[in-house]
Design a protein around this ligand. Sequence first.
Ligand SMILES: [Zn+2]
Length: 84
Amino acid sequence: MSDETRINCTEAAELLADYLKTELTPDNAERVQRHLARCRHCFQTAELERRFLERLEQRTTTLRCPDAARARILAALAAARGGA
Ligand SMILES: [Zn+2]
């Protein structure tokens, strides 16, 4: 493992958001992972952001449910109207 593949805290912070959304290339994801394994500070930041994103996701999921139900009802109404 050469030093070239190592990233510092600034680079890790820049990649972190994409890393948590799993939008990084495997190469970059590995770099972040390796940095988090060595750097307690960045590891804690990553954990905090991950939990924040999880909570955000849960909230959007619960918000999406009524919309999906409404869409189903509207589709059923449209189908009933079309059939009549
Ligand atoms: Zn760091």
